[in-house]
Design a binder for this molecule. Structure first.
Ligand code: COA
Length: 332
């Protein structure tokens, strides 16, 4: 239950990206494609890819440290670390490694998986802990290293994805800056975008056989995912705005999951939100999954474009299928 007087403020952001970039021309040496094809269909020009030494943990920790510093806190002030990721360093969870790396000794830490919606789902989850008065200072990280799971011989998917991390700090606040949200899932369409575990039969004894396999690379039906995003994302944004008692005219910045420039443009058109309010950095990073929204948020905050008190709508969508939107004001 929401406790009276316990609001949420988002008080810091941070991000991190691998050092190496692979541009579309270089990608053309790996699969049959071209800069012209990729840029015109997606808006992506390059993606950053993690070297073996750059793990999910190191990227997530760098982003979290920057967010904690911007919020004026120390790692030991943090009560909870939520790590939204689909590409853990350890399937048992990576948030604890981040906790150790940044020295957040008091923090509870766990992973949350909702693919490219992970940041928005995480934001709403984190806010519940604050609204109920349980925690005061939370770091939410969205981080993914999808390059580990991309089929680098499949030109329909490998052109899209990149690696990165972004983080925000949520704090208890007198005034509630989370104004509204809406989350959705539809498992009947799960097959459109997968990173599937494939069991191989292994007989232990006569009567017991287990499925002991590994994960297959990403598979995707691009056209169906495109259709889903362009239909469902505007709906969920309108619903979240309705809950916040706002309209699209009140939106200062639209932070869509950075999947494809054509999706960003189509969603903006449907909502009649002008392009200058729709942030985009996917030309530089591609689709970084759970990292994409906090990464672009952090860039715009550090550039001074997003100002305290402005109204932001973040909307994530992707595998699951999952999608959602959150309306909030930046800062205390
Ligand atoms: N380079 C050159 N040609 C390519 C190519 C590439 N990288 N990928 C596919 N093609 C070819 C196809 O083989 C096909 O050729 P054909 O007509 O001879 O069979 C043609 O281009 C059109 O392919 P299609 O798959 O219909 O392209 P599209 O217009 O749907 O664009 C996507 C493909 C992936 C860019 C687009 O569907 C998309 O962005 N979907 C959303 C994906 C997404 O955002 N996923 C993540 C969500 S979190």
């Amino acid at each position: 239950m929401k406790q009276p007087g316990v609001g949420v403020a988002i008080t810091g952001s941070g991000s991190a990206a691998p050092a190496a970039a692979l541009d579309n021309h270089q990608l053309g040496q790996i699969v049959e494609t071209s800069d012209e094809w990729i840029a015109s269909r997606t808006g992506i020009r390059q993606r950053r890819l993690a070297a073996p030494s750059e793990t999910l943990t190191t990227l997530a920790a760098e982003a979290a440290q920057a967010a904690i510093a911007m919020a004026g806190l120390a790692p030991t002030d943090i009560d909870l670390i939520l790590l939204a990721t689909s590409t853990p360093d350890d399937l048992f969870g990576t948030a604890c490694r981040v906790q150790a790396e940044i020295g957040a000794t008091r923090a509870v830490a766990f992973d949350l998986t909702a693919a490219c919606s992970g940041f928005v789902f995480g934001l709403v989850t984190a806010a519940q802990y604050i609204h109920t008065g349980v925690y005061q200072n939370i770091v939410l990280i969205g981080a993914d290293v999808l390059s580990r799971w991309v089929d680098w011989s499949d030109r329909r998917t490998c052109i899209l994805f990149g690696d990165g991390a972004g983080a925000v700090v949520l704090q208890a606040n007198d005034c509630d800056r989370l104004l509204g949200f809406e989350l959705r899932s539809d498992g009947t369409q799960n097959h459109y975008l997968n990173l599937n575990y494939e069991p191989t039969e292994k007989s232990l004894v006569d009567t017991v056989t287990i499925g002991c396999g590994t994960f297959n690379p990403i598979t995707m039906n691009g056209q169906e995912v495109y259709r889903f995003a362009v239909r469902r994302v505007p709906e969920v944004i309108e619903k979240a705005l309705f809950r916040a008692n706002l309209t699209t005219n009140d939106v200062d910045w639209l932070l869509l999951h950075q999947a494809n420039q054509r999706i960003l443009d189509a969603v903006g058109d449907r909502l009649k939100i002008p392009p200058e309010k729709i942030v985009s950095n996917l030309a530089k990073y591609g689709n970084t999954s759970a990292a994409s929204i906090p990464l672009v948020l952090d860039e715009e905050v550090r550039r001074g474009n997003i100002q305290p008190g402005e109204t932001l709508v973040a909307s994530g969508f992707g595998a699951g299928l999952t999608w959602g939107a959150a309306v909030f004001q930046w800062g205390r």
